[in-house]
Design a protein around this ligand. Structure first.
Ligand SMILES: *[C@@H]1O[C@H](CO)[C@@H](O)[C@H](O)[C@H]1NC(C)=O
Ligand SMILES: *[C@@H]1O[C@H](CO)[C@@H](O)[C@H](O)[C@H]1NC(C)=O
Ligand SMILES: *[C@@H]1O[C@H](CO)[C@@H](O)[C@H](O)[C@H]1NC(C)=O
Ligand SMILES: *[C@@H]1O[C@H](CO)[C@@H](O)[C@H](O)[C@H]1NC(C)=O
Ligand SMILES: *[C@@H]1O[C@H](CO)[C@@H](O)[C@H](O)[C@H]1NC(C)=O
Ligand SMILES: *[C@@H]1O[C@H](CO)[C@@H](O)[C@H](O)[C@H]1NC(C)=O
Ligand SMILES: *[C@@H]1O[C@H](CO)[C@@H](O)[C@H](O)[C@H]1NC(C)=O
Ligand SMILES: CC(=O)N[C@H]1CO[C@H](CO)[C@@H](O)[C@@H]1O
Length: 686
């Protein structure tokens, strides 16, 4: 029955199709699929993730003449060799350590096969007639415009306008879609379909918790100020994903009613030059002392530190100036190098902690820590649509995006599709730090694997990708866990642990958070962060354990078996554990909206860790070596270059979470940086 009329039909329809202005021409290849007995029958390809299903509800059926910008992500070749390739340039014992690939080498190695390109183009022309189709430079994205009616028939689905249950934003999507059985092997994903991704930028600012700090203000007043900030943060949640919904943690140390607020206001100015207050106020000097980091002295050309922010999150120059007047006077008046991606703006219209807090925290510390080196701000996304990780990846990697730019899937709603989005126009910096994240459950497996492979490609090019591991312990953004029975997110009081993405992608370096024990000096012991936030960590439901983690995870389960079974997390010992490393994430003194406030979270620890890798790259470049690129294999093979954190937990989902133990653990990873040891290691490598 599977050998129906396919062979005859396909042979008869072998027509030539004119492709994009980029000159790609397509001529039908032999219908090899028919030889494998795969039918033209449509089979289910992707379904909307159950976890996110309650977040967006159907608002209206889309008009059948509405035009959608369609992108088909073609399956790439040689991805099964990704580990081998990345180890070749990143494993400390590899003779090719540091010999990174060019973009061309990467595009050549992973480009989809001609068979895949031909078969998918043939399908489109068979089903829809002649279409202007654009193939990206790396051949991995096929783009065309289609009406809703055409797409519904092609993908055997129904399109709707969905509305966010909480904040009312719109998104074009479907519940599931189909592709012919014989094409399944050639197609990763089709957009827009089941991926509710955009508007990332609007989703943040509130995932990092804050408390206000203002000198000379009465305790009560301070409490009120904090409460106001929280009201404001949640009021502005009207444009954020509910999965990122955040609120002051209930009764947790560092929350609005935390007694530690009482004395901070009084000492902030005196504390600036003192390392005695690092347990309550973290400054760049505290971090330099904690991690034995030298004061920066080098500034190699082309070694600016990349920091990613998603619009409308924005830095204010006045905050940078305020901060630098206290912490690095040589930087007063200075700005980061600014790269605007996808019509981004560094907006100043809306000013409050929920718009400026994240950027202030990331850039103030990063710029101070790497000075005289600069930081480069990759500001992603416009004011209307915001941006998603795809916008960043499109801009950084020409081989990733469509020749006409990977337009947002929301563009048709807003009626302003802008094809001049960036496409391979921004050079990646050697280190790129991002303090924004999704839950794995927000997106589909194929979508996450595809993005993760892009991080692998950046690693092959010598770029270190750093992500925050999340601020909710074993729970997901907004303190949500997964109901075992339904698969949906719950209120975080029970259920399955909820891992963070892209932290679980094995090709990024995921950074958890620590804190100094209350009452100890900067030379004191660090523990897993339990002030205001809990370090995100656990085990992936999507990604397999990378080879570099095998030893660490085995010894973790052998020597310190966690107290939970498979009803809480995937304890098979064959999946990726995160985070990889950690750094201090508590009490960062940050200038925001004209005041100093304290900021908490892996949002803080990620740029701090990235700054240290940037400083190490300075030394390698000075020694005539390449940047470190993907660092995980070298770190896991040399855990002694990190300070092992052995105290603390990361509660969530009604549990106390995992415990920090000797060796790697799923809340502080291998530990916090010991700069001197790390520098020595990386300078010893080729
Ligand atoms: C889709 O339509 C837009 C707007 O007319 C156009 O700019 C773009 O090039 C088209 N895309 C493709 C792949 O033809
Ligand atoms: C700068 O670094 C990037 C990323 O490593 C690299 O692609 C680019 O070629 C470098 N540019 C120069 C001028 O060295
Ligand atoms: C589209 O993007 C380009 C490049 O950023 C910009 O100059 C242009 O004004 C944008 N057009 C619209 C209609 O937004
Ligand atoms: C941002 O500012 C604009 C212009 O003043 C205003 O219309 C909008 O409501 C503000 N957004 C938020 C979330 O405050
Ligand atoms: C931290 O220690 C100080 C004294 O050093 C104390 O006053 C404060 O209450 C402590 N805070 C917490 C949260 O334990
Ligand atoms: C854990 O992950 C492995 C590997 O992906 C998978 O085979 C197994 O079914 C998962 N176990 C659970 C309980 O989800
Ligand atoms: C860390 O744990 C060890 C062993 O349980 C304990 O002796 C030590 O006091 C703890 N340190 C801190 C700072 O809690
Ligand atoms: C709470 C607090 O101290 N707010 C101050 C923040 O800074 C502005 C000026 O930049 C002051 O007017 C506020 O009083």
């Amino acid at each position: 029955m599977r050998f129906d009329i396919v062979a005859a039909a396909v042979a008869a329809l072998a027509v030539a199709v004119e492709a994009s202005p980029s000159g790609t021409r397509f001529r039908s290849a032999a219908s090899s699929h028919t030889k494998r007995g795969l039918s033209k029958r449509s089979i289910l390809h992707e379904t909307r993730p159950v976890a996110a299903a309650h977040t967006w509800v159907k608002a209206a059926k889309l008009h059948h003449e509405a035009v959608l910008p369609v992108r088909i992500g073609l399956t790439q070749q040689n991805l099964h060799r990704a580990d081998e390739f990345i180890n070749d340039v990143s494993h400390p014992e590899s003779p090719n350590y540091g010999r990174h690939w060019t973009q061309e080498q990467i595009a050549d190695m992973f480009a989809p096969s001609q068979e895949a390109v031909d078969a998918v183009m043939q399908w489109i022309s068979d089903e829809l007639g002649p279409k202007d189709t654009t193939l990206s430079k790396g051949r991995n994205w096929l783009s065309f415009n289609a009406t809703v009616k055409e797409l519904e028939s092609l993908l055997k689905t129904e399109y709707h306008l969905y509305q966010h249950a909480e904040h009312g934003a719109h998104h074009i999507a479907c519940d599931q879609y189909h592709v012919p059985e014989y094409l399944k092997q050639h197609i990763d994903i089709v957009t827009p379909t089941v991926h509710f991704d955009g508007r990332l930028g609007a989703s943040r600012g509130a995932t990092k918790k804050t408390e206000a700090l203002s000198e000379g203000v009465q305790n009560e007043l301070k409490k009120r100020a904090v409460t106001e900030r929280w009201k404001e943060a949640t009021k502005h949640s009207s444009r954020k994903l509910s999965s990122s919904f955040s609120r002051p943690s209930k009764g947790i140390v560092g929350g609005p009613s935390d007694a530690s607020l009482t004395k901070q206001g009084k000492i902030i100015h005196n504390a600036l030059m003192s390392l005695d207050q690092c347990d309550t106020m973290i400054t760049p000097a505290c971090l330099q002392a904690l991690y034995k980091t030298p004061v920066g002295s080098l500034a190699a050309t082309n070694n600016s530190l990349g920091i990613v922010e998603y619009t409308p999150q924005a830095i204010l120059q006045s905050d940078l100036d305020l901060y630098f007047s206290q912490f690095q006077t040589k930087l007063k008046g200075k700005s980061p190098v600014i790269k605007l991606l996808d019509n981004a703006v560094v907006q100043t219209t809306n000013q409050s902690f929920s718009f400026n807090g994240e950027s202030a925290l990331d850039l103030e510390f990063a710029m101070a820590l790497v000075y005289p080196q600069t930081a480069t701000l990759f500001q992603v996304g416009d004011l209307v649509q915001g941006g998603s990780f795809n916008n960043l990846l499109d801009s950084l990697d020409g081989s990733y995006c469509t020749a006409d730019g990977g337009g947002s899937t929301n563009s048709a709603v807003d009626g302003q599709y802008n094809s001049s989005v960036n496409c391979g126009t921004a050079s990646p910096t050697n280190v790129i730090s991002t303090s924004y994240s999704y839950n794995e459950g927000d997106l589909t497996v194929a979508y996450e694997q595809r993005q993760c492979n892009e991080y692998m490609k950046l690693g092959l090019q010598g770029v270190t990708i750093v992500y925050s591991s999340g601020d909710f312990g074993v729970a997901g953004n907004g303190d949500t866990c997964i109901d075992a029975a339904t698969g949906a997110y719950n209120d975080g009081s029970s259920g399955l642990f909820n891992p963070s993405f892209p932290g679980t992608c094995p090709y990024v370096t995921s950074v958890g958070a620590t804190q100094l024990v209350n009452g100890t000096s900067v030379r004191g012991q660090e523990v897993a962060c339990q002030k205001v936030i809990f370090s995100g960590g656990g085990f992936s439901n999507v990604f397999a354990m990378p080879s570099y983690q095998q030893k660490s995870i085995k010894s973790y389960f052998t020597n310190s078996p966690p107290a939970y079974d498979a009803t809480r997390f995937n304890n098979s010992q064959v999946v990726r554990g995160y985070p990889d490393v950690s750094a201090n994430g508590a009490n960062y003194v940050t200038a925001v909206n004209g005041n100093f406030t304290l900021s908490f979270g892996t949002s803080a620890s990620a740029p701090t860790f990235a700054s240290i890798i940037n400083l190490i790259n300075e030394k390698r470049i000075q020694a005539g070596k390449t940047p470190v690129g993907f660092i995980n294999p070298a770190l896991y093979a040399n855990p002694q270059v990190l300070n092992d954190i052995t105290n603390g937990t990361n509660p969530g989902c009604g549990t106390t979470g995992f415990e920090a133990v000797a060796g790697w653990d799923p809340l502080t990873g291998l530990g916090t940086p010991n700069y001197q040891a790390m520098e020595k290691l990386f300078l010893s490598l080729q």
